[in-house]
Design a protein. Structure first.
Length: 457
């Protein structure tokens, strides 16, 4: 405190004139300290000599403190305004959608939410304009419950969550990060989100493309396997045909040649010669039958299957009619169960079914009461179809020979046939992607099984 600057020893004589010129004759100052550090000073002056009192000094100190607090508040407000301006600029310029919501509960369960604030990107990413103050159900009445459940959980637990969720009512898919803001009782949640619909669509298209590619690879692999099997069958049949030419077909040729030679030797006896000549056509007809059977098998191998839905039950009914002439007056007990619908060539599969029933009828002809059963069983990705008879059966050790061309396990004079029927069955079934097998025992009949793959889903 200086009561008179013109006489105080605290003021240098050289400053007396300047003080008087400024009207500072008496002055009082107090320091402003914060945390022991000098941050400023507050002073008052008078243009006349003055004896300062302790009350005036205390008042000056109080006013100084208040002034400094006001300065601090002003600085804080300025900093806050600057921060808010930066936040608002960021808030308005980010690409991500942002909003704050109030989660609405009924009976402790989140049932809706109200929009409190949002940035411009919110409208771009949702298409929802004028949303402030309105609820989600006002825009989409049947909005997915998962949204309410997730935001309700965040509002109640305070645990932030990142998730992806479809909003079908907006025709969009979102990647979302949400966290609680404000007092827990307010149930306010801040939401940052991105519209990832295009990415999801691209992922779905890529998934479909991969499935299509996998399906094509599977189909092509199956085609190659079928081609390999067909080639193996052709090689087997070529070997069998070579054997047939050298044995099966040569037998009727030798038959014709032998009886023709005998007829030539007995020309002096017309009756005997005629008897020998009468047997020649039998060999010729046998040779014709074998050749026709080989041609039938060859035509089956060259024909491309025409794939469509085929009812095996209808094929079995037709096959039963086809073999009726062979049944004649015999007693045959039929048991034909429900059969599935499969994919294949109707004509080719009809031949398979007819050949299997023909085979069952033929080899059960020695029974007073023949029993023929046809049924199907579902096994994973395929159907198993069975044909069983109570006929003469076969030695299991010879079962692999059943489906070979011109292969026969019984004498021609016991059971007529060419040895081509089951070979045709095998070729057709394999061309349809299935398999064929047989089980049986001598005197106990046989069971033939064919498989048909179900079409891929």
């Amino acid at each position: 405190m200086i009561c008179d600057t013109q006489t105080s020893s605290l003021v240098a004589p050289a400053d007396h004139q300047a003080s008087a010129a400024l009207g500072i004759i008496a002055c009082m100052s107090v320091p402003i300290l914060k945390e022991g550090r000098l941050v400023g000073a507050f002073s008052v002056t008078d243009d006349r000599p003055r004896d300062w009192t302790e009350a005036e000094l205390a008042l000056l100190r109080d006013v100084g403190e208040r002034m400094w607090e006001a300065v601090g508040r002003a600085r804080a407000e300025a900093a806050l305004m600057e921060s808010e301006a930066k936040y608002r600029t960021l808030f308005n310029s980010i690409d991500e959608g942002f909003c704050t919501i109030e989660v609405l509960f009924e009976g402790g369960q989140a049932v809706d939410y109200r929009f409190l604030d949002m940035n411009p990107a919110f409208v771009r990413q949702t298409g929802m304009e004028g949303a402030i103050g309105r609820t989600m159900r006002e825009f989409v009445l049947d909005h997915e419950p998962a949204w309410f459940e997730m935001y309700g959980q965040i509002a109640q637990t305070g645990q932030a969550q990142r998730f992806q969720q479809e909003a079908a009512g907006l025709n969009r898919f979102y990647d979302v990060y949400a966290f609680r803001v404000g007092a827990p009782a307010a149930h306010h949640v801040a939401v940052i989100f991105n519209d990832i619909t295009a990415r999801k669509q691209a992922d779905a298209q890529l998934h479909d493309l991969n499935r299509t590619l996998e399906h094509r690879v599977t189909e092509r692999t199956q085609e190659l396997m079928n081609e390999r099997v067909a080639l193996e069958i052709l090689n087997e049949e070529l070997e069998a045909f070579n054997y047939s030419v050298s044995y099966d077909l040569m037998t009727p040729v030798r038959h014709v040649e032998g009886f023709a030679r005998l007829a030539a030797k007995n020309l002096e006896d017309p009756v005997k010669a005629q008897r020998h000549l009468d047997t020649v056509p039998q060999g010729a007809r046998r040779m014709e039958t074998l050749i026709e059977a080989r041609l039938t098998l060859s035509r089956t191998g060259r024909r491309e299957p025409k794939i469509s839905a085929v009812d095996l039950g209808q094929l079995a009914e037709q096959a039963q009619l086809d073999v009726q002439a062979q049944v004649g007056e015999r007693q045959v007990e039929w048991h034909i169960g429900p059969l599935p619908q499969v994919q294949g060539d109707s004509g080719m599969l009809q031949q398979v079914m007819t050949n299997l029933l023909d085979n069952a009828v033929k080899y059960s002809c020695t029974r007073d009461q023949a029993v023929i059963e046809v049924w199907a069983e579902e096994a994973g990705g395929q159907w198993n179809v069975f044909v069983r008879d109570n006929g003469v059966g076969f030695n299991p050790e010879d079962g692999h020979k059943l489906f070979g061309i011109f292969q026969r396990l019984h004498r021609q004079d016991a059971f007529a046939g060419t040895g081509v029927g089951l070979s045709l069955v095998r070729r057709t079934v394999l061309r349809h992607g299935g398999t064929v097998s047989a089980t049986g025992a001598v005197g106990q009949g046989g069971t033939f099984q064919i498989t048909s793959p179900k079409p891929a889903a």
